[in-house]
Write a protein that binds this ligand. Structure first.
Ligand code: UT7
Length: 319
């Protein structure tokens, strides 16, 4: 029997505190107009001092499991896409396992793939289900990015945000996840990075980014990956009901939608209100659009993402 992974529950969490463009104008030499025109971002969510990647993941996980009608003990695998784990070790996924009270000794691990972390984690979990080795997986994308922001650097501090979201996958006879596609190219890893005190003793641990170079690579790479994803599945652009992109920059998202011939009404957008939550952005957007009724059972969804590494990827999903 063929096993497919189906998304049967979603859940998200954003910290309460909001930082809008007017507040940023008082912190660095920028303007609401510049930020809106160049990025599409109006505000971002900032985690409280007591919050962590695992605490935000716990709320997202419990909401996902509730939506699926399942309990933590049903989970047979936890994968978290994050580049901002609570600790170097152990993994944030094991901390989440403890927070959820899961005592069934299921595997739990993190995947580090920057903004592609959720798609990488989804791809891994899907393969566990497809192989028949498990029936239920919890897949989370979660980031504490503002902890790595240099609040004096106007080229990066306007972009990033915190949050967590996830999906519950279960085995089914029909898709579900139709295909996932994940890629990396380490030759550009210096374009965007956050050092730590193990690899770079003298560098402050803040995000560094050559934004314009990343921007151009993102537009071209995403255009290619959506083409490849459609061709791989023998699908046409017109088969896509909803594009759910990584939310880094509205101009990048518009370029991909244009390439697909999709009107912006068929694109799930959160970038204006949420900024760039990296690995959390796709599941956050998915959750919002499922809960507000835009995405309906049977709809064809295309996820796409691009981030530091470089990493990029996509998933074709029948909801
Ligand atoms: O999450 C996944 C990976 N990340 C991305 O996908 C991010 C990709 N990059 C971007 O989104 C854009 O490159 C940015 C939004 C970061 C920057 O926009 P840009 O249109 O590429 O601007 P730029 O870096 O080419 O800078 C243009 C000008 C510069 O001034 P000069 O040299 O022309 O005088 C910057 O100093 O804009 C200036 N600038 C700003 N001005 C006002 C840079 N940041 C700001 C700012 N406010 N916050």
């Amino acid at each position: 029997m063929t096993h497919y992974a189906r998304i049967v529950g979603t859940g998200g969490y954003l910290p309460e505190k909001v930082l809008d463009n007017a507040q940023l104008e008082k912190m660095v030499d920028t303007s609401d107009q510049w930020i809106l025109e160049r990025t599409g971002i109006a505000q971002r969510h900032i985690m409280a001092d007591h919050e962590t990647t695992s605490s935000m993941s716990e709320i997202a996980a419990r909401r996902s499991l509730d939506a699926a009608g399942l309990t933590p003990e049903d989970v047979e695998l936890i994968v978290i896409g994050t580049s901002t784990p609570d600790r170097f070790f152990p993994s944030t996924a094991t901390i989440l396992q403890q927070r959820l009270g899961i005592k069934n000794a299921c595997p739990a691990f993190d995947v580090s793939a920057t903004c592609s972390g959720f798609i990488y984690a989804l791809s891994v979990a899907e393969k566990f289900i497809k192989s028949g080795s498990i029936k239920t997986a919890l897949v989370i994308g979660a980031e504490s990015l503002t902890r790595l922001v240099d609040w004096t650097d106007r080229s990066t501090c306007i972009l990033f945000s915190d949050g967590a979201a996830g999906v519950v996958l279960t085995a089914d006879n029909t898709p579900g996840i139709i295909s996932t596609h994940i890629h990396s190219d380490g030759s550009h890893h210096e374009l965007m990075y956050a050092p730590n005190h193990i690899g770079e003793l003298d560098e402050p641990p803040y995000i560094k980014m050559k934004g314009n170079e990343v921007f151009k690579l993102a537009v071209n790479t995403l255009s290619d990956v959506v083409d490849q994803t459609l061709a791989h599945n023998d699908l046409q652009k017109s088969d896509i009901d909803w594009l759910i992109p990584h939310q880094a920059n509205l101009r990048i998202i518009k370029a991909t939608a244009k390439k697909l011939g999709l009107p912006m009404e068929r694109v799930i957008l959160t970038v204006r209100d949420q900024g760039n939550t990296s690995a959390a952005s796709i599941p956050l957007a998915l959750d919002i659009a499922i809960r507000d009724g835009r995405i309906q059972q049977g709809d064809m969804l295309l996820f796409e993402t691009f981030g530091a590494g470089l990493t990029w990827g996509s998933a074709m999903v029948r909801y």
